[in-house]
Design a protein around this ligand. Structure first.
Ligand code: ATP
Length: 355
């Protein structure tokens, strides 16, 4: 999809009546709440049936539900959705369950640069981007035979850590690998995890300045991952592995966190470098993104992944974070997205932030 299509599409839109739209899951309560705070109408695509729990959250509930039988059916309803002047806000579940290929063909104005998908969803391309930006990533072990330290084996695609496993030797690797899936092997980095939530505006210059536009740090979190984060309640990992019980990395929630202030300059340097490199590689990332990092005991960041859209780790901060409070009270990532759309609409620059 090219920007020309989007520009064409937007000419038929009633710009006074834009509707913020996303799929009801992941971070949608926050997205709808943020849009509502900025005065937008909201529409929630609900797969299967209207989600009952939304009734319990009137300020996070969309103004209107749009029910589809399955994710694929969204593609068939785009004419109808365009008549409602929708702007789609992608999130992790939306992209993963619709499928990246289908998401690229979604015939609706979408917040962010969709070209980022091919750089982000392929772990090889992701490494070219992040290392090209000067970031340090965990070392990759090319051949399983070369495993000489604790490693984490990851399958492709954002699965919320599902199926990942730790191996300390080639033998352990062989016992647990699912050969039919694409995987990478990374050194297991020892340290503390920080998931950094940035917002990049290519059209506003009121934050950390870049060659074009500016960067904000909205919040950060740590994921709560089962069973790795609680496994020690039952015994050491080594003891449990002897019994055939292996730790897993399935995300079950997110924990608010702040980091020592002396690390913040590096946080901004990394975010800025990732954006500048993305401008070279694919015309630039837009809006919210997250760097997933481990800080080592030498206070060095190792970045193991980027998510190029709103992440669920921003959900603890619907009413603002310790960082966003220093930008504007009550500023969530969902609200910041709505603000960007509002600003771009006012300045007639929607085609600079939608693809
Ligand atoms: P998502 O796309 O939802 O972010 P994913 O399924 O692609 O997740 P990762 O985020 O790469 O998976 O990794 C899942 C978890 O595994 C991380 O949250 C972290 O706890 C752990 N992890 C990943 N890479 C490393 C590493 N190199 N060293 C130590 N822990 C790691």
């Amino acid at each position: 999809m090219t920007k020309i299509n989007i520009t064409d599409m937007l000419t038929s839109y009633n710009k006074k009546n834009l509707t913020i739209c996303t799929v009801c899951s992941h971070s949608s309560l926050q997205i709808f709440n943020g849009a509502r705070k900025e005065g937008f109408k909201t529409l929630g695509i609900s797969v299967g049936e209207k989600k009952k729990y939304y009734d319990a959250f009137p300020l996070g509930r969309p103004d209107e539900f749009f029910i589809v039988d399955n994710y694929k059916d969204i593609l068939k309803c785009t004419d109808e959705l365009r008549e409602k002047n929708v702007i789609v806000i992608p999130h992790g579940s939306f992209v993963e369950y619709l499928g990246a290929d289908r998401f690229l063909t979604l015939d609706l104005p979408t917040f962010g640069n969709r070209d980022v998908l091919k750089w982000e969803s392929d772990r090889f391309m992701e490494r070219i981007w992040l290392e090209g930006a000067g970031l340090t990533m965990p070392q990759e072990i090319k051949k399983p035979e070369d495993i000489d330290r604790p490693v984490i084996v990851k399958y492709y695609g954002a699965k919320g850590g599902k199926g990942f496993f730790i191996a300390k030797t080639y033998d352990e690797f062989k016992k647990r690998i699912q050969k039919d899936k694409k995987y990478v092997i990374q050194e297991f980095v020892m340290g503390t995890r920080y998931y950094l939530h940035y917002f990049y505006s290519p059209i506003q210059n009121n934050a950390y300045k870049l060659s074009k536009g500016s960067l904000q740090l909205i919040s950060m979190d740590r994921r709560d991952e089962t069973t790795i984060d609680e496994v020690q309640r039952l015994g050491s990992i080594a003891e449990l592995e002897e019994l055939g019980i292996h730790p897993t990395f399935v995300v079950t929630g997110n924990i608010p966190i702040v980091m020592r202030e002396s690390l913040l300059p590096k946080v901004f340097e990394m975010g800025a470098a990732v954006i500048e490199k993305s401008i070279n590689l694919f015309n630039g990332i837009i809006g919210s993104f997250c760097l997933e990092t481990v800080v080592t005991e030498d206070l060095e960041f190792k970045v193991f992944e980027i998510s190029a859209r709103i992440v669920a780790g921003t959900n603890p901060y619907i009413a603002g974070s310790p960082y966003s409070e220093l930008i504007q009270p009550n500023l969530s990532t969902g609200r910041r997205i709505a603000q960007e759309i509002k600003y771009a609409n006012k300045k007639n620059m929607l085609n600079k932030i939608l693809t």
